[in-house]
Ligand binder design. Structure first.
Ligand code: NAD
Length: 476
């Protein structure tokens, strides 16, 4: 059998970067400055667990400090390594630039399988990791602000925030040291769902542009489109749930660690999710066909493929057999550089990770701003907005009365119009706006230049250009 050689994740990101800068006019020195990772710290620390000292290895990589703080998630997985965190940190730089969140790129990881530890053990490990990072300013509201990635969630972010606050007792902005916290610990409404919601908004924006839909050999709207999702974790679950419930899409395949579920009539996403939470996997779920070799379901005949689990799943070994005409990269780096080339040649449209999963960092940005301003979004305006709307409704009803009630406002309109925007509505509005504007900025390059034939290169060009301008403004 021929040996298939794939570049590493980091090399894949560099290859994609090189393809874009090849079409730009950057001085070679600046190009290199933007490409390289500024620093990667490895920390090794011991924690006394189960009567013995266990040593853990963690990383925090800072890719670019053209804007500070730098931002990026923390991943808990046995497979975490320096190459991976550097690739993910680089993607964060480009992602933040593309969606105009004022951060440089960073990423962290801890080599650990969180499922092997009790909650109190995970707390000890997380706090110690946070201590090691905070001591080196690798967690800091003005320098480096982590968030959850694969593995950790709100609970871990709350521990990190508390650990930082204990080490910086007089820092009034301590809560802004990390995002993705629970609401009662300085979090923001809508953060948990944000990345999945962003995937939904990205797809909606794509389908608002018939020319782009046609490029993916489809027509119409999201309604009735057949979707396959890989990974029903935070990102995949929310994306699938919203697309099915709010856009009429049919989730015809769900791929998890232990296999996949398939049903052409559409799966009940919430029921499957509940099953996974209770049984640890998809096997045994009754209302669908179970496929033991889950990865083969990536090759199912469908309209949209959403890889939302991990990197490198679409690679040289299976790219040729992928049938979906549209792939939206909810995970980071799910398509290797080699597979990207094969898919482009086949005419598959790929909505790239740096855009597709930017909902998380966008809402993290809102959370960071909320923490620094020490006030919930909407608190000052909401009732005033409602009072002004009430004035309009009263006036319209008075006019209706004067005209002999030949018309009236529908109760549904009144309810909706009179409700002032709370934090969740504002967060969704800000996220929707961000995803629409960023899509248009990529699209302009995609359709506006003869030498750009795909959205990924377009995204890189927009992002790199912004980072370059930022470096130039600093005199570099
Ligand atoms: P998660 O840990 O909540 O979910 C990952 C899911 O993938 C889990 O359900 C897991 O069982 C499943 N999975 C793992 N290995 C698999 C395999 N081999 N085949 C099929 N399924 C598998 O993680 P998440 O936060 O949803 O992150 C998923 C991806 O999205 C990652 O690439 C991450 O970097 C990216 N991302 C996450 C966020 C965020 O806000 N959480 C933001 C941006 C990007």
């Amino acid at each position: 059998m021929a040996v298939v050689r794939e570049p590493s994740f980091r090399q894949s990101v560099d290859l994609m970067f090189n393809r874009a800068v090849g079409l730009m006019d950057l001085p070679p020195g600046l190009e290199e400055k933007i490409r390289v990772c500024n620093a990667t710290y490895t920390v090794r620390f011991g924690v006394r667990l189960r009567g013995e000292i266990q040593t853990f290895t963690g990383y925090r990589s800072v890719h670019s400090e053209h804007m500070e703080p730098v931002k990026g998630g923390i991943r808990y997985a046995i497979s975490v390594n320096q190459d991976e965190v550097e690739a993910l940190a680089a993607l964060m730089t480009y992602k933040c630039a593309l969606v105009e969140t004022p951060f440089g790129g960073s990423k962290g990881g801890l080599c650990i399988d969180p499922r092997e530890y009790e909650e109190h053990e995970l707390e000890l490990i997380t706090r110690r990791f946070a201590y090691e990072l905070a001591k080196r300013d690798l967690i800091n509201p003005s320098q480096n602000v982590p968030a959850p990635d694969m593995g950790p969630g709100e609970r871990e972010m709350a521990w990190i925030a508390d650990q930082f606050a204990r080490m910086n007792t007089t820092d009034i902005n301590a809560k802004a040291c990390v995002t993705g916290k629970p609401l009662n610990a300085g979090g923001i409404s809508g953060r948990v769902e944000a990345t999945g919601r962003g995937v939904q908004y990205a797809l909606r924006e794509f389908f608002r542009n018939p020319e782009d839909v046609k490029a993916a050999r489809m027509e119409g709207t999201l309604d009735g489109k057949r979707i396959v999702v890989q990974g029903l974790g935070n990102v995949g679950f929310h994306a699938a749930k919203f697309l099915a419930a709010e856009d009429g899409a049919r989730i015809v395949g769900i791929i998890e660690r232990d296999g996949a579920l398939v049903d052409d009539r559409g799966l009940d996403v919430e029921a499957v999710h509940r099953w996974i939470v209770n049984h640890g996997g998809v096997a045994g779920y009754a209302d669908a066909t179970y496929v033991e070799d889950g990865a083969t379901v990536l090759e199912l005949d469908c309209d949209v493929l959403i890889p939302a689990a991990l990197e490198g799943v679409i690679n040289l070994t299976n790219a040729e057999r992928i049938k979906a005409p549209l792939i939206i990269e909810a995970a980071n780096g799910p398509v290797t550089a080699g597979a990207d080339e094969i898919l482009r040649e086949k005419g598959t449209v790929i909505i790239p990770d740096m855009y597709a999963n930017a909902g998380g960092v966008t809402v993290s940005y809102f959370e960071w701003v909320k923490n620094l301003s020490h006030i919930r979004f909407g608190r000052m305006q909401r009732r005033q907005e409602e009072a002004r709307h009430q004035l309009v409704v009263d006036e319209l009803e008075r006019l209706s009365e004067d005209m002999g009630k030949i018309w009236s406002l529908s109760p549904n309109f009144k309810d909706r119009y009179l409700r002032g925007a709370g934090e969740l509505e504002l967060v969704r509005s800000g996220l929707d706006d961000t995803m629409r504007i960023a899509y248009q900025s990529m699209r302009e390059v995609w359709h506006g230049r003869d030498d750009v034939t795909d959205l990924r290169v377009a995204a890189y060009i927009v992002a790199i250009d912004r980072v370059a301008k930022s470096y130039r403004a600093k005199g570099l």
